[in-house]
Structure formats: structure tokens, C-alpha cells
Design a binder for this molecule. Sequence first.
Ligand SMILES: C[S@@+](CC[C@H](N)C(=O)[O-])C[C@H]1O[C@@H](n2cnc3c(N)ncnc32)[C@H](O)[C@@H]1O
Length: 268
Amino acid sequence: MPEKNDHQHLVGQVSRSPKYAQLADTLVSRITADEATKHKSSKEIIRSVRTRLHQLTGAYLAPKIDYTQWLVKFQSLDPNDRQGLESTSLGMMRLHASTYERIEVLPTFFQTSLTSISPVKSVLDLACGLNPLSIPWMLLADDFTYYASDVVSPLVYFLWRYFDLFGIHGNASILDLSFSIPSQPVQLALLMKTLPLMEQIERGLSQKVLESLNAEHILVTYPLRSLGGRKKGMEETYRAQFDQLIAGRDWEIQEFRFPNEVAYLVTK
Ligand SMILES: C[S@@+](CC[C@H](N)C(=O)[O-])C[C@H]1O[C@@H](n2cnc3c(N)ncnc32)[C@H](O)[C@@H]1O
């Protein structure tokens, strides 16, 4: 029998719940190793690992999403039915808090923040959630390529099939940004509402991600409301964090303010 605090044993215990078994292994392993240094009993370790993993992932998603049923809805759309595509996409985007909060401004969000670099030919959407469903609202070139990734595997498998259905070039993959930072060259990387989570995983990780990406432009956004809907001085906090990230760089920055989100288009 393994020791109570044996790493693999703890990871196995965390993943006994299907909700955590569906997350990227590297993230579960890393958070488990982290929490094992803070608590003595395996029960406490497992509880705090699950809490942290929930805060990073499940807290944003509606419980029990029937991805197959959503795929069927997209499959049954007439290829020329733009209105049907938009309303089905918006319906599904409501299931992830980050896209839900953006729905109201979606018609202008990307138009405003990406005008200066449109039409965009290649996109790397990191920690994407359901944001790839916004593709019809983005200013993309006719032959665009889109690489999307997240740590929640059923969501990624859904996107993979969605890309296949609509003939989107690129892919959807499971990628833990705290484990590996993609290096492929793209015109635009999206880091939407993601950097605060990276800092929760490891201090200084946002800086590393921002520096390492091989993207001509990076759209970095921050939420202006917490999941509970309160404002709590988030704007000042995140502005200070972002200012620190870009301090001493000769990057060009454009800022766009929306009711629930602030966006910075960084040009390296
Ligand atoms: C605040 S949401 C933002 C979603 C999307 N970018 C948007 O703005 O609509 C954060 C997303 O990051 C994902 N995530 C959490 N930890 C991650 C990690 N280490 N690597 C990649 N994605 C991660 C979550 O599953 C979630 O979908």
C-alpha cells in the first residue's frame, strides 16, 4: 500500500471524482504537490486541491453540460442560417461565466479591440473556455487558422468536433499553460481573463507566458467583476498588475474598456 501522502496516491484520490479526472493531469499533479507542502493530513490536502482546481476551472462552467446535445444542435443548423448559428452559439456561451459576461458586448468587443490588426489570419486562444464560439464575431481572414486549448477535456473534445463540423483549420487541444507555453508563431494570441489564474497557480507565470509567446499581438483581458458579481476594486488591482507586466518593455499597448472587462492589445 502506498504511503498516505504518496504523490501518486493523492493524485489518484483527487481524481476519483469525475469532475477532477477530466482535467489535464499536469495541473492536478502540480496543485497536489503544492498543497501537500501546506497541509498534514491527506484529507486536508485532497480537500484543498479540489477547492483550488474548482476555482481554476469548474467555478466558471455550468454543471453537467451535455456537449453531445450541443453538437447535435450545431449539426442540425442550415449552413446558410447565420442567425441560427449566432443564437445557438450565444445559448452555449451562457454556460461558461467568462463568455456569458461578454455576450452583451460581443457585437462590438472584437470589432473594437482587433480593428487595427484585422483581418486576423491566425489565432492562439489559450485557456479558451467557450470563447472559440465567438469566432463568427471576430474579424478573421477567410482562410484563418485557430488553435484553441484549455485544461477541461470534455470541453476541448467538444471544440475539436465543432472545428471539424465547421471546417475550421487548426485544432483544439488539452494544454496546461502552467506546464507548457506554446511556441508556434501566430498573428494573435488571446489571453482572456487568464493571467490572474496563472498568478494563482504560480507567481510570475503571467510574465513568463507573455514573454514566451511567439505572437505578433496578444489580447490580454481582465474581468472587472468577480464571479459573485461584485466589483471590489478589481480594475485598480489588475491595472497595476498589467502595468508591472509591461514595465520596461517597448511594446505598443492599446486599451479598450468594456462594462465587465478591460482589454489590452499588446504589440511586441
Ligand atoms: C476565466 S476563464 C476564461 C475563459 C476564456 N479565456 C474567456 O475569457 O472566455 C479561465 C479558463 O482557464 C482555464 N484554465 C484554468 N487553468 C488553466 C491552465 N493551467 N491552463 C490552461 N487553461 C486553464 C479554465 O478551464 C477556464 O476555461
